[in-house]
Design a binder for this molecule. Structure first.
Ligand SMILES: Nc1ncnc2c1ncn2[C@@H]1O[C@H](COP(=O)(O)OP(=O)(O)OP(=O)(O)O)[C@@H](O)[C@H]1O
Length: 502
């Protein structure tokens, strides 16, 4: 033992002649303080994940030894926290100039291949998952179909290979509604389902915003391929890919994992953007990708952005992803949303009035999943209470969803929407024309402008071709009268109001 007479922040320590027990206590006091600092600096979760298992060793010359129970942990801590540990120990006891990270005896209970230095969050995520792992009970098999291997989002024992299960039968080409925004992606998907691994279509990269049908198309492809012949299809989310990859490292079954993936005919990875920042999993995916493409197998990938916009992915992976067919799914149009609602209502065997459909399609515009959810809620409500699905009921039942879509409306938007609805030109809103065909819509727009904006009567008048505020007052009272008298008219105005609020 070297000559330690050390002054730390709070302690003056004489380690020189300290007997082993005293030395141990001194080190423990410092270690405790260092641990507290580490918890603050790296965060509680990271600390528990990586550092909690460190145990104190002894001091030799100016070197302190810390022990870790597995080679994997030791390598990880060495690669990520070595300088921090050195720095903290050195600031506690300046004569400690080096911290050695070693395996605690008995050596290496878990031997992990040296290639597996996995990014922190990648492992941490797996650890969270593995805490509540259950083994799936049933493994349904597609009748008379070739092997379809899907790693679904159901929890599964981390070291297990994926369960064999059916692809989601709701997601077929037949019930995918095609419109302008998705026709290209649909056509490409159909093509891959008919002739996988065709030049120019491998990989197939589907991208688009949340809930626009990427997963649906992938499952539809998988379903068609599985039906068609002796083709093995593996579908998994990128998240699942990562969990399985790391789980295989932990259970020392990386070779099986690699072999399994590389033996499929079609590999589908959903939501690839999840791999951004997960460098090691990306690397593994890159090798799998190359091996499969080189072997002439089909790869289908989905993401929320195009390969060139997935800036967190490695360049070489992005380049390769963009080498086949890249197909985007655009945001839905009003017409597509109406078609989807009609199809879903028909398949649920319920009749929903066109006004309610229009209202929903106007109101919930960003996400088909949300649109579908709203419709399902309406149907469930109607079944439960035996009430018809009216516009009022819709507004009541979907109160929370609709609220989140509320926004401010401008007078210009009101003019545009009313003009569109009444089939007149928007310029007629400000023109001097007095024919009823344009005067009535103009009055409706003024009425809605008063209801939906905080503009004063003179301000509204100015926006409608510099009209006087008394004209606006007259319009409001005329429309109020008509609403009282004519229920169809009232419903029309109400529909416009709700559409504008959406
Ligand atoms: N064109 C469509 N026709 C019928 N259903 C659709 C269509 N587009 C989306 N859906 C339905 O909307 C829901 C969400 O679609 P899906 O899960 O495929 O979206 P996604 O693009 O994969 O979303 P995420 O980005 O969240 O992964 C599914 O129930 C799907 O069936």
């Amino acid at each position: 033992m070297s000559d330690f007479t050390e002054e730390s922040n709070e302690f003056t320590l004489s380690l020189k002649d300290a007997d082993p027990a005293t030395l141990k206590s001194i080190l423990e006091i410092h270690w405790e303080r260092i641990c507290s600092r580490l918890k603050i600096e790296v965060g509680e979760v990271e600390y528990r994940t990586w550092l909690q298992q460190i145990t104190l060793g002894g001091i030799e010359e100016d070197e302190l030894t810390l022990y870790l129970p597995t080679r994997f942990l030791r390598d990880w801590v060495r690669s990520q926290y070595n300088s921090k540990l050195n720095q903290l120990w050195n600031s506690e006891l300046s004569q400690i100039r080096r911290v050695e990270l070693a395996l605690s005896a008995p050596a290496e209970t878990t031997s992990i291949p040296s290639e597996t230095t996995i990014a922190n969050e990648e492992i941490a995520a797996t650890q969270t998952i593995s805490e509540d792992i259950t083994i799936p009970q049933q493994a349904a098999q597609i009748k008379n179909t070739p092997q379809v291997v899907t790693a679904t989002d159901s929890k599964e024992e981390e070291s297990k290979l994926p369960t064999q299960t059916q692809l989601d039968p709701r997601f077929t080409f037949d019930n995918f509604i095609v419109g302008k925004p998705n026709e290209f992606a649909y056509a490409c998907s159909r093509r891959v389902a008919e002739r996988p691994s065709s030049p120019g279509f491998n990989p197939l990269f589907l991208y688009g915003g949340v809930g626009l049908g990427k997963t649906h198309l992938m499952h539809a492809i998988g379903f068609e391929l599985a039906k068609a012949g002796n083709i093995s299809v593996s579908y998994m989310s990128a998240e699942k890919f990562m969990y399985r990859f790391i789980a295989s490292i932990r259970s020392q079954s990386t070779i099986e994992f690699k072999e399994e993936l590389r033996s499929v005919d079609v590999l589908m990875i959903d939501d690839l953007q999840f791999l951004i920042g997960k460098d090691n999993t990306q690397e593994e995916f890159f090798h799998t990708f190359n091996a499969l493409i080189d072997a002439g197998r089909q790869i289908i990938v989905s993401a929320d952005k195009s390969p060139s916009d997935l800036s967190g992915l490695e360049d070489r992976l992005r380049t390769r992803l963009g080498c086949g067919m890249v197909a985007d799914i655009h945001a839905t149009t009003y017409e597509l949303r109406i078609s989807i609602l009609e199809a879903k209502a028909a398949s649920a065997n319920v009749t929903i009035s066109p006004k309610v459909m229009e209202f929903l399609a106007h109101k919930i515009t960003t996400n088909v999943r949300e649109l579908e959810g709203a419709l399902n809620r309406l149907i469930a409500h109607a079944n439960l209470f035996g009430r018809p699905i009216t516009l009022e009921a819709t507004q009541e039942v979907l109160h929370d969803i609709l609220k989140s879509h509320e926004r401010r409306v401008t007078i210009e938007e009101i003019q545009r929407k009313v003009a569109e609805h009444c089939n007149i030109r928007q310029t007629d809103m400000t023109s001097a024309r007095r024919a009823r065909a344009v005067a009535r819509p103009r009055q409706i727009a003024m009425f809605l402008a008063k209801q939906l904006t905080s503009r004063s009567l003179p301000e509204i008048g100015r926006k409608f071709g510099n009209r006087d505020h008394t004209t606006v007052m007259h319009a409001i009272s005329r429309i109020s009268e008509l609403i009282e008298k004519d229920s169809a008219f009232a419903e029309d105005v109400e529909l416009l109001r709700r559409m504008l609020e959406s």
